[in-house]
Design a protein. Sequence first.
Length: 608
Amino acid sequence: MCGIVGYIGKEQASKIILDGLAKLEYRGYDSAGMAIYDGEKINITKSVGRLKVLDELTHGGETMPGTVGIGHTRWATHGVPNDVNSHPHFNTAETITVVHNGIIENYIPLKNKLIKKGYKFISETDTEVIAQLLDYYYKGNPMEAITKVLHRVEGSYAFGIMFAEFPDRIFAVRKGSPLIVGKSETGAFIASDVPAILKYTRNVYFVDEQEVACLKEDEIRFYTVDEEEIEKEPVHIDWDANAAEKGGYEHFMLKEMYEQPKTVRDTLSPRIKGHEINIEELNMTDEELRGIKKIHIVACGSAYHTGVTGKYVIEGLARVPVEVDVASEFRYRNPVLEEGAMVIVISQSGETADTLAALRESRERGFKVLGIVNVVGSSIAREADNVMYTWAGPEISVATTKAYSAQLIALYLLAIKMAEVKGKVTGEEVGNMIEDLRKLPDQIELLLNNKERIQRFANRYIGAKDIFFIGRGIDFSISLEGSLKLKEISYVHSEAYAAGELKHGTISLIEEGTLVAAVSTQKELYQKTISNMVEVKSRGAFLLAVTNEGNYDIEKAADYIIYIPETNKFFTNSLAIIPLQLFAYYVAVGKGCDVDKPRNLAKSVTVE
């Protein structure tokens, strides 16, 4: 959430900042602004609304000349979205300006202290406190003022800072919120994420916890909070720059759904050698894998749903008990971690605040942590003991599709590997599962190419107020994700339930015409699920079913059926989720919703 872009160099900063912020729109925001040094003073322009409002106010940056600047897209935390609360923020003298991602937890006592010292505040934000606190400590040495502030503030933050008296540099600071810096032939950059500056440079540095970067036109230096200089090596980014563009699709979400076959192939191929699974990045011997007695999967949102699937798959194949926790609950419930347990944290961005906190707590207790992440060099990637990358490439739409699919693949591979070393499956069974995994990309593509049929069905439910998703076993985890996709982009109320729970109260909500989407891919549960479908149908529900080819008994209960190709029962989530993604997408499009940037949501949730 929120985005930061800064530039210092030979080119006009405002144009680069606007371009970079546009690449970060997927992060979610409600206002935007930028500060540019024009050779004499720092000028700020900011506004509520989409980035195009800022672009129009500044005539594409033309009215804000200068080669040094910082910009920001804000997602409101402290103070309502308005021009005053938007970033950047000045000190009273308008000589120091700050942009900030994160939350300053102790801003109220800091603000009260400054008020007693005579400082006046014009916004409701925690960020203005930082600008005024920098002013309080500034005695002509920017680094000294910054480090004194860092010793006082509590919470998470990524700062971009400019001092009018030092127009030849920008400062970048990070704790808990992502921040990178980059260098090109024309200058240096700061940004919240790689896509913002990929057009200008592929050589980036990842700012680590409580580090300060000082950027000049021709050099970048790094320091600790005690002003000790640090040596860093740049990381070369190999992403295809076009991967962050729509490529002719109406929305990033649709484009990314169509990238799922490639994503699955890319996540599978490095880990399958012939008829064997080889996950080198685990850095664990077979003996160590055999010694794992329990797994804790910790994640948020869609990543949590992949964890729920992972529980069924790992327990079903490897017979290792698995607990799945929402990260924000795990970190505060004082979880019991037994000897022999391994913690798996899952995050697309690798910066999810609660998931990162769970990782740190687990490591502090001495437990091995495996990170399943998509972003190379992200906080989770750097801090986990071992990392499985999902190789989905940049995912721009707030609603995840291809990263979710890649996370499933990582969990399948891990489950099969553990089952093999623990002697729970034969070599022949492993070979058969590998063959089924290899078929998934083509099967996903087949389902995507059936989009017109799903679109026609979705058009019938554009006006729906309530939709329910039901399933048993793995199908329940699919239902969770299908429901989330619908509600987050179409704003239609939807809920997912374990089908057997319907009779314990939920069925009272079913009335004439209510759409119920039933997922039924587990053969041993076909008849149980059909019974639940009949229960809701008898109360007036319209039944959409997603099931395997050959399950024709379902036709006696369902009104509309989407068949998925046959695969191993543990892998059906990868196929059944595709029509549910398409359904959610076409309902949202039909309602005229902003599919890629749904209201109130952010791509990377870097605050609690």
